[in-house]
Design a protein around this ligand. Structure first.
Ligand SMILES: [Zn+2]
Length: 300
């Protein structure tokens, strides 16, 4: 029976064995594959974990660097701010030093208000005098002096007046104390005690300073008669401030008689301020005037 069975079923047995062996082999292969797969999954998971750790570290470093960067930028800004402040302070100091130096080098008498009780010392002489361009002098051949630093302003003003068709001439500029004495005694001879009212005390100081000019026109000549009616006077009223000149004794002023011909240099800045505000030099406080001393020879 067994033998029969044996003989008959040998191929089947082999087939079964074969199937068994192959399923075992397959199972083993599957096991191998699976464990390999598992391993590689584990490895991947590990690698991913490592990578994410690394990423986290990198993120932290980036955040750290950004923080550091922000800090550096802030520090830079703060340094720049300090530098700017420092620079501003230096400029301010330089400006102050420059201003002080300008004030120190500028004769304070140039912007002094003079009156019947306060006038220039008889020994005063301007620091520098220059000859007035002879083309602008009324009496040809009579040399005339003016403060050397006022001269360019005067010349520029007269050139512009000429180009506007004005016939403005200079009758008098710098006058020394002795010149003035002579003039005054002459006036006294002619006009008696009224001479004080006419020529002298107040306007005199301004001529001795070398910064005042008496104008006339060819038509008006050597007299000051009705100069206020000329186009030249009106031109001066509109334009003289641009060249730093002001009318010292305007009409209806309370400190001296009206002298339309007498103009004093006070600098473009102060003259322009007075012009814009409709004020006159002698209306201002001496203290307010003194603030303009440093700028007296500036072009604007
Ligand atoms: Zn005068």
């Amino acid at each position: 029976m067994l033998g029969k069975f044996k003989n008959k079923n040998i191929p089947l047995v082999w087939a079964l064995i074969g199937a068994l062996v192959s399923s075992v082999a397959l199972g083993y292969a599957y096991f191998l594959l699976d464990s390999k797969f598992m391993n590689s999954r584990q490895e991947s998971a590990l690698a991913i974990a490592e990578l994410s750790l690394e990423r986290d570290n990198l993120t932290k470093r980036i955040l750290g660097l950004e923080e550091e960067n922000r800090y550096l930028i802030e520090a830079l800004y703060s340094e720049q701010g300090k530098n700017r402040l420092f620079e501003e302070q230096i400029n301010e100091i330089a400006n102050t030093v420059g201003l002080l130096d300008k004030i120190r080098r500028t004769d304070p008498e140039l912007l002094q208000k003079y009156s019947k009780v306060y006038f220039l010392n008889e020994h005063y002489v301007p620091s520098e005098l220059g000859a007035v361009n002879s083309g602008f002098i009324y009496e040809q051949g009579r040399p005339m002096l003016i403060h050397a630093r006022v001269n360019p302003f005067l010349e520029q003003m007269l050139r512009e007046a000429v180009s506007d068709g004005m016939n403005l001439k200079i009758l008098s500029a710098f006058r020394s104390f002795d010149d003035q004495e002579f003039l005054k005694s002459n006036y006294k001879t002619i006009y008696g005690s009224g001479a004080n009212q006419f020529s002298a005390d107040q306007g005199y100081s301004e001529h001795q300073l070398g910064t005042a000019v008496d104008f006339t026109t060819v038509e008006r000549g050597a007299t000051f008669d009705r100069f206020e009616e000329t186009n030249e006077y009106r031109w001066l009223l509109r334009n003289a401030h641009r060249f730093g000149f002001v009318l010292s004794y305007p009409e209806n002023n309370s400190y001296y008689q009206f002298e339309p011909w007498h103009w004093r240099f006070v600098g473009v800045r102060l003259a322009t301020k007075l012009f814009n505000e409709g004020k006159f030099f002698y209306d201002l406080d001496q203290r307010e005037i003194n603030e303009y001393l440093a700028y007296i020879f500036d072009q604007s």
